[in-house]
Design a protein around this ligand. Sequence first.
Ligand SMILES: Nc1ncnc2c1ncn2[C@@H]1O[C@H](COP(=O)(O)OP(=O)(O)O)[C@@H](O)[C@H]1O
Ligand SMILES: [Mg+2]
Length: 616
Amino acid sequence: MARQRLNSGNAQAEELPKAKINKQSIQQVMRLLKYLKPYRTKFFLGLLFLILSSSSSFLFPLLMGRLIGTGNTPKQPGSMMSKEILDFFPSDINTVALTLLAVLFVQSIFSFFRINWFVEVAEKGLADIRRDTYFKLVTLPMNFFSQRRVGELNSRLSADLSQIQDAITTTLAEMIRQVIVFTGGIIFLVLVSGKLTLMLLAVLPVLVVIAVFFGRFIRKLSRQAQDKLAESNTIVEETLQGISNVKAFVNEAFEVGRYNKSIRDVVKLAMRGAKFRGVFASFIVFCLFGTIVSVVWYGSHLVQAGEISLASMFTFILLSTFVGAAMGSFPELYATMQKAFGASERVLEILAEVNEPISINEKDNEVKQHIKGNLEFNNVVFAYPSRKEITVLKGVSFEALAGEKVAIVGPSGAGKSTIAGLILRFYETQGGELLFDGKPSTEYSLTDIRNQVAIVPQDVLLFGGTIRENIAYGKLSSSDEEVIAAAKRANAHEFVSGFPEGYDTLVGERGVKLSGGQRQRIAIARALLKDPAILILDEATSSLDSESERLVQEALEELMKNRTSIIIAHRLSTIREADKIIVLEKGKVIENGTHQQLMQNDEGLYRYLSQLQFEV
Ligand SMILES: Nc1ncnc2c1ncn2[C@@H]1O[C@H](COP(=O)(O)OP(=O)(O)O)[C@@H](O)[C@H]1O
Ligand SMILES: [Mg+2]
């Protein structure tokens, strides 16, 4: 959505990540500055030191000129030369050299602190921005995530944040320094020799105009290459995430081919950029030295005419390389600034997204409105926000009384998991109502609902951490005894104790691999700790072998005690005992009743499905 919105109004889709720097965008980006506010003292001190060290750099060409001038025979006797700026400095060679060293020393101290402070400000400020964006991301509604590729979002965001960080630590400082060097440089050039400066200024602006124009074009090219690269990184990320799929389908060659093609495109774009970049660099170097040659040529005439000293000409040349270098660095700096602006705008877009009303403070998450466990769907109509044209639920109604076991069955794609998502209020309904204890779900806070509804999905994701931490995820404040008690009730204690490190065994990506049934039992222990009023089992046992299914089924029976349970199942044997069975097909409830009642309907889908499974 962020992307689309940035696009609206102009057709420069491919130029997106670069932002215009104008009044409006500056105002926008200023909003990020509030993150630097707590560290402003260090920031301004750093700024001061930066200004001081940049300004003091002029002493270098001036004193160098003086050093050379004093070594030379001074102005030709009898010349009418007026007092020059260099004459304001001491004339003793040793004094000049020592002053020069002192200047260099002080300058390095300035730079040391300036760099330290800027980095500190940027690191701390960025850490705050990172924390806030992360918080924003995890509290955004589900619908945000279904509309974009999470891998892309993640790498985009981390790239954007480092871009901002770079801008604060180096680009900003560099920009300020170059502006000082440039303006101060021009002033000193005029002071050293007005005539020479005029001649220099006749050449430089032409150079700058061409450079800026050229630079802009090159940036566009490198931007395209970067985007392409990000695209290819998405391929890597997706492939690695689904590596077992890739292997199972023997699609390694296909993926490598896909990646290779993408990488070739990057190279093509980069090569194109490199050609122009090369032309650009040679052009700049040629012009730079061309300018120096012409300055020396004209300066030599002035020296011959006795209008300036040789020392002044030397100083002038040093100063003009300062000015030239500053000018040369502007396009690049400007481009980096633009990128940082683009990055800031995208980060701000994320920060401006409306998140779910969830508190960042864990303590605020205590249940305020208790739910007894009555759940009612009343003519619920729903389409996913990302696919509005397809109505997934077309007026679904059913009721589960507190403590009842209600099963939802039906072919895949019927909308069963969607119902589970709606109970957790991952999405808002388009029509009808969802009621808890007779009150519309909208009258409860999201935190209250989610604290009192637990879900055990088909495929349980364990976080990289210990088994203990994974179980305690259901209730962060639980004690070790509670964790173990829950594990026992969930039939998990036995296998967990079997590991050498017991509850401290690491699981997840870098830990031991648990079987589906084991993970399921951990999830059940988690849910037991949470002790929800409403429990949703979304095909919780459907991918298990019969041995683990027995253990999990036992654990589930334990978990379902004393609460409302919504059991989504396609293995019908597991739901015979349910108080009520709802048969869902294509987003509609087509049958509703107990097992016995539904079996009596000869034409019914339930009976048909039952018979199919029985025969197998
Ligand atoms: N996040 C989503 N965004 C868009 N459409 C979805 C999403 N999740 C599921 N669907 C669609 O909604 C319909 C019902 O899906 P689902 O509730 O998962 O079915 P079931 O669990 O019964 O197999 C399917 O057509 C599916 O393609
Ligand atoms: Mg499903």
